[in-house]
Design a protein around this ligand. Structure first.
Ligand code: PEP
Length: 253
């Protein structure tokens, strides 16, 4: 198995440039010792990306992510940022399909598939988010729901390109709510996602795909979640805003 163990911090719309600089410094000074198969990814808002890129320049296995990009390469899209612009300032990953983008900004599966293509065209990697609402979980149809999100967003890719995809399973009912999926619930869904990848791209591709859990992950529950065989790390929201908590989660990984 050669898949990476990844802990990614999604700051969302938090931290001005001074606060962001301090947070990156604090993370760098928190004594992380990353093995070759471990990565840390930091996803600040657009305004902090360039400064964070310079702060991370000499660090090992710590990468920068953007939280979004536009699907078009350039043009009259006021307020938007292209994948090429992100690549140009040293971004390595782009988060695509976060439930907040789907819910508040109307991003459909079709738009997300185009965004995935735009990121991959720039030789960056995608952290592709999927996750069901509480309603769907209670109806017991979460597996089919996640299958549709993954098929529509990712399965147009060929096997070679799919190597640049990281999947983040983020049940909406667990994001920012303090509710966390149990270790069993996370493992069950991650195994399901891996089986979908295996059916489409083969067992080796599935084995090499990092699948992250997201949803109220914190230092106290990270070790349990990360000990599940199909959970390869986490996409962390709230706890990534406090260097000690984020470092605690990374150390649990
Ligand atoms: C997220 O928004 O990706 C997330 C997982 O948030 P939180 O950790 O705050 O639940």
């Amino acid at each position: 198995m050669s898949r990476k163990k990844i802990v990614a911090g999604n700051w969302k719309m938090n931290k001005n440039i001074f606060e962001g600089k301090q947070l990156v410094n604090d993370i760098l000074e928190s004594g992380l010792e990353l093995r070759d198969d471990q990565e840390v990814v930091i996803a600040p808002p657009f305004t902090s990306l360039e400064l964070a890129a310079s702060q991370l320049r000499d660090s090992k296995n710590i990468y920068l992510a953007a939280q979004n990009c536009h699907q078009e390469a350039s043009g009259a899209y006021t307020g938007e940022v292209s994948a090429e612009m992100l690549k140009g300032i040293g971004v390595s990953y782009v988060i695509i399909g976060h439930s907040e983008r789907r819910q508040y900004f109307g991003e459909t599966d079709a738009i997300l598939a185009l965004k995935v293509d735009a990121v991959l065209k720039q030789d960056m990697k995608v952290i592709f988010c999927c996750g069901e609402s509480l309603e769907i979980r209670e109806a017991g149809t979460q597996n089919a729901y996640i299958q549709t999100q993954i098929e529509n967003g990712l399965f147009h890719l060929d096997e070679a390109t799919f190597k640049n995809i990281v999947i983040a399973y983020e049940p909406i009912w667990a994001i920012g709510t303090g509710l966390t999926a149990s270790d069993d619930q996370a493992q069950e869904m991650h195994a399901h996602i891996r089986s979908l990848v295996a059916a489409k791209y083969g067992a080796a591709a599935a084995d090499n795909t990092s699948i992250l859990y997201g949803g109220s992950c914190k230092p106290s529950n990270a070790a349990g979640l990360f000990s599940c065989p199909d959970v390869d790390g986490g996409l962390i929201g709230g706890a990534s805003l406090v260097a000690a908590d984020f470092a605690g989660i990374i150390k649990a990984r």
